[in-house]
Ligand binder design. Structure first.
Ligand code: ATR
Length: 269
């Protein structure tokens, strides 16, 4: 049976095995998909051994997205611009192909929510790997993007790098212009510590919709809870993005795109 896995550290929390098993059943694909705890020191040799033993592909999650990217020989454009990959596929000639489906997962979810009209203004909070992974697909969807970050230089670097793909600018997190953004996306890692990005709350009050790339099962993430308390009507955590990025990886490996709607709406896993 064709073998796949998700690699990360920690990995016990990963929903990817359940998501891919659901997709495999739905599309009648015979495949195995497991979670593997990568070793902080020996990750590269572990991953290469996994492929040498016949595995067909894998997902990569924190903290290995950049390290896995270094092991590939062939890259999708979206992996190249992200400088990181969440998906590897073994090609027929034995080379490893790196892709990054995080941005496609976000774009699919925003389309599902009907939040992605052309020429909108989007505010992204954070300028780390999560932001870098989604900028190209959002700009290709003709969104005008403002990146706000605590460390302005990191936001400015991303804005400079992605300016060739569309309208993107950088601001300091505590200096965001009062503007009615169509969408505010949290891509900081603050929710992991139960915190929210320290931005002027008026920015959220004015926003048409608020999306958190993080997700929490059966409760609100700190950022969503804050936006809700301020009266924002259109809210979503990142569960649909998680399912969406998995679906795009699955399609790359198996040549068939699963239907994500029932999984997202019913939160089956
Ligand atoms: P990820 O891969 O999840 O994006 P990351 O690359 O470490 O993780 O990026 C974390 C993001 O959260 C960064 O934008 C970081 O801001 P800095 O670039 O200034 O470090 C942001 N972040 C983390 N802790 C923060 C805090 N206490 N206040 C504001 N922003 C914070």
């Amino acid at each position: 049976m064709d073998k796949y896995a998700v690699w990360g550290n920690p990995i016990a929390q990963s929903k990817s095995p359940q998501i891919h098993q659901f997709f495999a059943q739905q599309t009648r694909q015979k495949m195995e998909y497991v979670a593997i705890l990568g070793d902080e020191v020996h990750f590269e040799s572990q991953l290469l051994a996994f492929f040498a033993a016949g595995a067909k592909g894998c997902n990569i999650t924190a903290p290995f997205k950049q390290r896995a990217y270094q092991l590939a020989q062939v890259y999708s454009k979206r992996a190249l611009t992200a400088g990181a990959c969440n998906t590897l596929k073994k090609l027929d000639n034995g080379e490893l192909y790196a892709d990054n489906t995080d941005g496609a997962g976000l774009v699919s979810d925003l389309q599902r929510l009907d939040w992605l009209k052309p020429n909108q203004s989007i505010l992204i909070l954070g300028a780390g790997g999560a932001t870098q992974g989604v900028l190209l697909p959002l700009l290709q969807a003709r969104q005008n993007i403002t990146i706000a970050n605590r460390t302005l230089a990191k936001a400015q670097d991303l804005a400079d790098k992605f300016a060739q793909y569309g309208k993107v600018s950088a601001v300091q997190l505590n200096d965001i212009p009062a503007h009615q953004f169509n969408l505010v996306i949290n891509a900081t890692s603050l929710g992991l510590q139960g915190q929210t990005a320290p931005i002027n709350q008026d920015i959220l009050k004015l926003a048409h919709a608020v999306y958190d790339m993080q997700y929490a099962k059966q409760c609100d993430t700190p950022f969503i809870a804050w936006a809700k308390s301020l009266g924002v009507q259109n809210l979503s955590d990142g569960f649909g993005m998680l399912v969406g990025q998995a679906a795009h990886s699955f399609a790359l490996w198996r040549g068939v795109m699963p239907d994500v709607t029932s999984l997202i709406i019913q939160e089956i896993i």
